[in-house]
Design a protein around this ligand. Sequence first.
Ligand SMILES: [Ca+2]
Ligand SMILES: [Ca+2]
Length: 400
Amino acid sequence: MTGRGMAEGWSAFCRYGRGPAVLSALFVLAAGCGGGGGGYPPPGHMEVLAITPVEPLPPPPVIPADTFEAWWAGAPTPSSEAIVLPETGSEITRAKGNATDGEIAFRQVWTKKDSPWNPERLFGVQVDELKPRTQYKLTGNALTEDDSSATIEVYGFTGKDERLWQMAVEWVQVNPGEGWQTFEGAFSTGDLTTIRITTACYKEVIPEAPSVVVWDGWQLEEAGPAEWAEVAPAPDNLIANGSFEVWVPGVPAPEGPFIAPHDGMDHSRVTPMLLVHPEGKASLRQDWRESDREDPPTTLFGVQLMLEKNATYEFRMLAHMLKTGAVAIEAYGIDESNKVYTLAAPLVDVPEQNAWTKYSGQFNTGEYTKVRIVVRGPADAAAYPNQALFDSWQLVKASG
Ligand SMILES: [Ca+2]
Ligand SMILES: [Ca+2]
């Protein structure tokens, strides 16, 4: 935390340290004689004359480096350990004289667009020690030059590999506009307590016409208990939350019947993807580090459901492969002793490097009621690492 940050923290304590809303009441304890004469209550009685509500005080700001004032001329960043410099795409510089809070703002110049696949390489402000399962509000000021624009996102750490991994629940777009504009977004921490607020430019940029945004006055405030998305279930769909809208940050799989890839294998991971989503506000992103081609079906990412015996079901989904190498969806039946039997493999073949496409395939449950539908990565060993996006998983009974 910067010297200024500490000073602000201290004054914040002084300003906000009085606790929650209070009602100040003016009581009169009547004393002496007079038997209630002269408008006063009788002796020994107390009467409320006036109640003045006091507005609840806002919680103190928790973001470090919020106004970027502690940025000395010649230094590469504001004087804070919380700043993470961009590795590609953009550079940040100190901007003096045109700020909304104090004198110093920071100017970010993109000569190349950023990749949404590497949030670790974006400019960021890291914030530690947030409360889990709590809603936070992020506000700030942005000044766009020409038709520049930027995207603000919030990522979290799960702790594993020190990678930015789980995305929080909202992102904010700053569009070209006149003068300083304010931005605002909210997110829930889920099970995470360390987050990074990042800035990115995802639209095409040419070096001769860079995208420029000046930032100042960032503020992160606690805004109450966590709020989650509510999504109406698709009719007849047996996969709850099949659109991947509800996903507590820090939890390895979306809400519903989903099972994360087995940790012991560590061949792939799944995370929510908020920037690219054909249905609702989120899709599911799967990243393969290594091939899972030989892995047992029960260690792969997928859903597990209880279905009817000897019935035919149709699985439907939207998928988008981002690299070379095709993935397969497979269906398995699981018996009472947890032995796994192939119902359909592949159930669906997803070709490599496609756009968002609808796929479907049917399988019969035979003698099984416990069914697992899983995703298996590309067969070609040279296709790793790899990435795919999924949305709108549906399972409906076709016949039987
Ligand atoms: Ca400032
Ligand atoms: Ca969705």
